[in-house]
Design a protein around this ligand. Structure first.
Ligand SMILES: Cc1cc2nc3c(=O)[nH]c(=O)nc-3n(C[C@H](O)[C@H](O)[C@H](O)COP(=O)(O)OP(=O)(O)OC[C@H]3O[C@@H](n4cnc5c(N)ncnc54)[C@H](O)[C@@H]3O)c2cc1C
Length: 415
């Protein structure tokens, strides 16, 4: 077996690395970056950087050219994402939400008009989406969501509450799941909408995350009117559209690349610092631990490469995405935990402290890693998915749904 990238792909990786040397503003290197943007300044830099990526065709590299993308392969998309994260470029989760989760789902399920309206603007970095999935009583059991969308004349009228909506306070649109047929059973009663966040009746309340940063929000919908043509795809088929968007969400290579960057920080620190008069890098227990994690990073990367390969063959990654999410997120927890032990008390210093190492990246990652295996569905839910869809293990009531997507059959659903 030959897992090598082609010469052209290697050359693309070199091009990306070369471009990044010039493209990342020096000020970015002084700010607390990594997981979540923390300041207005870093947000502005990040938005500008994404527009620059858009100008180059690299914000949505695998989108078709006619929709504003660069028409690159999914393997090149992976290479780009890997290098952007590893080099700590000014990209963040909101880019992922908009470009790789919602944008991809809209290309599958949106009408021609919706594609023309949204995809080119996404590819240029002109608009941002948030995800309106979770509710106070519908997280893991997302199919229990209660937000209602009722037809009234030319509109749907939306009422309900969403929670944990990342970056809703910046978003132009919400990719929203709402019940459109309350009499139908779970999984057959909801539809997906693209709702303009400027609509009257939307209230956004901040929720501060574990790092102390405003990334989450509660979003309230009170008699929000949205035109009928903001419904995406088939009415009452929203569950499957949402599930496919979740598959995209779980399939990125970013966590694997972030793990590699953190391990490099740890290695550099161990090479340069002593404890008890002895270089940390000479400690045999630490060396073994670092070597073990280096192997695991390669496994995490391979799981993600496989997903890019599936997409490059016109397929769709489903339980494979869950595998990558579990492995990458749990590895992030292990690496961050090990990193905090290697750094000792320096690890606890926050950004801004003179003696904080690498702008307190390890500490931020340690805190953030708790949530990385929760967003997009907890790792327990991912294990359920692998058991059911990957291994065919039964649930009490089984319905199997097969439906067609461009390029192949998507037959992931047993519920
Ligand atoms: C960083 C981050 C970003 C997020 N961004 C968004 C966003 O933009 N938009 C959005 O809508 N939501 C977002 N979320 C919310 C996220 O989707 C939910 O937190 C997640 O689905 C879990 O739901 P819950 O918090 O209600 O936990 P619960 O569903 O109440 O789960 C509690 C615990 O019970 C376990 N559990 C529940 N059911 C089962 C089961 N059947 N089998 C085994 N274990 C089970 C869970 O694994 C978990 O450990 C985000 C969350 C995080 C952490």
């Amino acid at each position: 077996m030959d897992f090598k990238f082609t010469a052209e792909e290697e050359s693309f990786r070199r091009e990306v690395k070369g471009w990044l040397k010039e493209a990342i503003p020096p000020r970015w290197r002084e700010l607390p970056t990594g997981f979540w943007q923390e300041t207005e300044e870093s947000w502005k830099i990040s938005r500008q950087f994404q527009k620059n990526l858009g100008l180059k065709g690299w914000l949505a590299p695998a989108y078709p050219v006619e929709l504003g993308g660069a028409g690159l392969s999914h393997i090149k998309r992976l290479i780009l994402a890997e290098e952007l994260t590893y080099h700590d470029a000014p990209v963040s989760i909101e880019t992922e939400i908009t470009v790789n989760w919602v944008g991809m789902a809209l290309q599958h399920f949106g009408s021609e008009q919706q594609k023309q309206d949204f995809i080119p603007r996404i590819a240029k970095g002109d608009i941002i989406f948030c995800l309106g999935y979770s509710e106070p009583n519908a997280g893991s059991d997302l199919a229990s969501l209660q937000t209602r969308a009722v037809e009234q004349g030319d509109n749907y009228v939306i009422n309900g509450q969403k929670i944990w909506c990342s970056y809703a306070h910046y978003a132009d649109y919400c990719w929203l799941g709402a019940v459109t047929d309350p009499d139908a059973g779970k999984h057959r009663n909801m539809s997906m909408f693209v709702v303009d966040m400027k609509n009257p009746g939307i209230t956004i309340r901040p929720l501060i995350n574990v790092i102390g940063c405003h990334s989450f929000n509660e979003v309230f919908f009170d008699d929000v009117r949205t035109p009928k043509d903001s419904l995406v795809g088939v009415k009452n088929n929203g569950w499957f559209q949402l599930a496919m968007a979740l598959d995209f969400e779980r399939s990125g290579v970013q966590t694997a690349a972030a793990n590699k960057l953190l391990l490099d920080h740890m290695v550099n620190y161990a090479k340069a610092n002593k404890r008890g008069g002895k270089l940390l890098s000479k400690d045999p227990i630490l060396r073994n631990m670092i070597a073990e994690m280096a192997i695991e990073i390669e496994v995490a990367r391979m799981l993600c490469y496989r997903i890019a390969w599936i997409y490059s063959k016109g397929g769709h990654s489903n339980y494979e995405s869950s595998q990558a999410m579990i492995f990458g997120s749990e590895l992030l927890r292990r690496i961050s935990d090990a990193g905090m032990r290697v750094l000792g008390q320096y690890g606890q210093l926050a950004y801004g402290s003179q003696r904080a190492v690498e702008r307190a990246a390890m500490c931020r990652s340690y805190l953030a890693s708790l949530s990385i295996g929760v967003g997009g569905g907890t790792n327990e839910i991912q294990r359920n998915i692998i058991a059911m869809r990957g291994l065919g293990l039964p649930r009490k009531e089984q319905v199997r749904v097969i439906f067609l997507i461009p390029g192949g059959y998507y037959h992931g659903f047993s519920f």
